[in-house]
Design a protein around this ligand. Structure first.
Ligand SMILES: NC(=O)c1ccc[n+]([C@@H]2O[C@H](COP(=O)([O-])OP(=O)(O)OC[C@H]3O[C@@H](n4cnc5c(N)ncnc54)[C@H](O)[C@@H]3O)[C@@H](O)[C@H]2O)c1
Ligand SMILES: O=C(O)C[C@H](O)C(=O)O
Length: 330
């Protein structure tokens, strides 16, 4: 029995993500939770003739029942950006939403994998970890900031200027975090095609600010939802393949709590950070091994340093929020 819960399932990401997860034969129960409309989304998806059962759970009183027995909880709950906003501007609304959902997870499914999509990811992942630490149930192998969209964009944008680069076949490591300058794609890894320094600069900038392209094009109607649903389903599927099916060698870039994860000592030493996005090998219990950073060009080293400086503030902000305003018992 593999129960996957989507918190924020009626939203712009939640609906297409739930549709994609309904197609997975790794999931036997898909539980859709939201403060509105989850019953309708669940009724709709439940008519699809794939193996999983779908249930809808609406409002805070239904959260415990949604989370009970969860193997994996995916969290895209919260408000998206409008033009002119940074992801950090979302903190004042989303921090409390994520903290309370994390508290409920710590209480009702403490062993579940928690996949955080809600922005600002650089701070919301520390919020989840701090809540789990307070509850005495924290396992650093099991909490993930979903940064897969940066990886997906990297392959797509490289292919846009180098058509011979196959975007499906080639995964690019993206390290750091998930916002602007904290997103550092390691383009020097790419050996199939070559770039001029100007191309590297332009590509890096486009990947770092890819989210802004969508926010601008949607013009007040939100941020990336469909590409995010694709990326979220890809990460969830990789994790399920590793943890349920026992598939080995699956690697994804993801933002994690470094300390307590195998292989992360090097990253802790080189970044001085508690959290960092990096390639990890997934296994039966989540993070099996944090891979060492690949060799970086001088430009990438400078970008990582900029990311580290910004991440420090993002992490401290999330940790301080939980210390100042502990989650309410649900
Ligand atoms: N990690 C990434 O790469 C990435 C990519 C795109 C968007 N995002 C973030 O994902 C979040 C959601 O984006 P969206 O476009 O789906 O927004 P949306 O407004 O369309 O949907 C959000 C959903 O969350 C629900 N919600 C609000 N409070 C809730 C609560 N307490 N419990 C459960 N559900 C709750 C809302 O009812 C809504 O259905 C935003 O914070 C956005 O910035 C992250
Ligand atoms: O840009 C955003 O605010 C949403 C998301 O983080 C993205 O990268 O598309």
């Amino acid at each position: 029995m593999v129960k996957v819960v989507v918190c924020g399932a009626a939203g712009g990401i939640g609906q297409p993500l739930s549709l994609l997860l309904k197609q997975s034969d790794l999931i036997s129960h898909l539980a859709l939770y939201d403060i509105v409309n989850a019953a309708g989304v669940a009724a709709d998806l439940s008519h699809i003739n794939t193996a999983s059962k779908v249930t809808g759970h609406v409002g805070k009183d239904a959260l415990a029942e949604a989370l009970q027995g969860a193997h994996t909880v995916v969290i895209p709950a919260g408000v998206p950006r409008k033009p002119g906003m940074t992801r950090d501007d979302l903190f004042k609304v989303n921090a409390g939403i994520v903290r309370d959902l994390a508290q409920a997870c710590a209480q009702h499914c403490p062993k579940a994998f928690i996949l955080v999509i809600s922005n600002p990811v650089n701070s919301t992942v520390p919020i989840v970890c701090e809540v789990f630490k307070q509850a005495g149930v924290f396992d650093p192998r099991k909490v993930f900031g979903v940064t897969t969209l940066d990886v997906v964009r990297s392959s797509t944008f490289v292919n846009d200027i180098k058509p011979q680069f196959e975007p499906q076949a080639n995964r690019i490591t993206v390290v750091g975090g998930h916002s602007g300058a904290t997103i550092v794609p390691i383009l020097s890894q790419i050996k199939q095609v070559s770039f001029t320094p100007e191309e590297i600069k332009a590509l890096t900038h486009r990947i770092q600010f890819g989210g802004d392209e969508v926010v601008k094009a949607k013009d007040g109607a939100g941020s990336a939802t469909l590409s995010m649903a694709y990326a979220g389903a890809r990460f969830t599927t990789s994790l399920l393949e590793a943890s349920v099916r026992g598939k080995r060698g699956l690697v994804e870039s993801t933002y994690i709590h470094l300390k307590g994860n195998a292989g992360a000592e090097w990253n802790v030493r080189s970044t001085g950070l508690e959290y960092f996005a990096q390639d990890v090998e997934l296994g039966p219990d989540g993070v099996a091994n944090v891979l060492a950073l690949p060799d970086l060009s001088a430009e990438e080293q400078a970008l990582v340093q900029i990311a580290i400086d910004e991440l420090k503030g993002n992490i401290t902000k999330g940790v301080a929020f939980v210390a100042a305003v502990p989650a309410a018992k649900l």
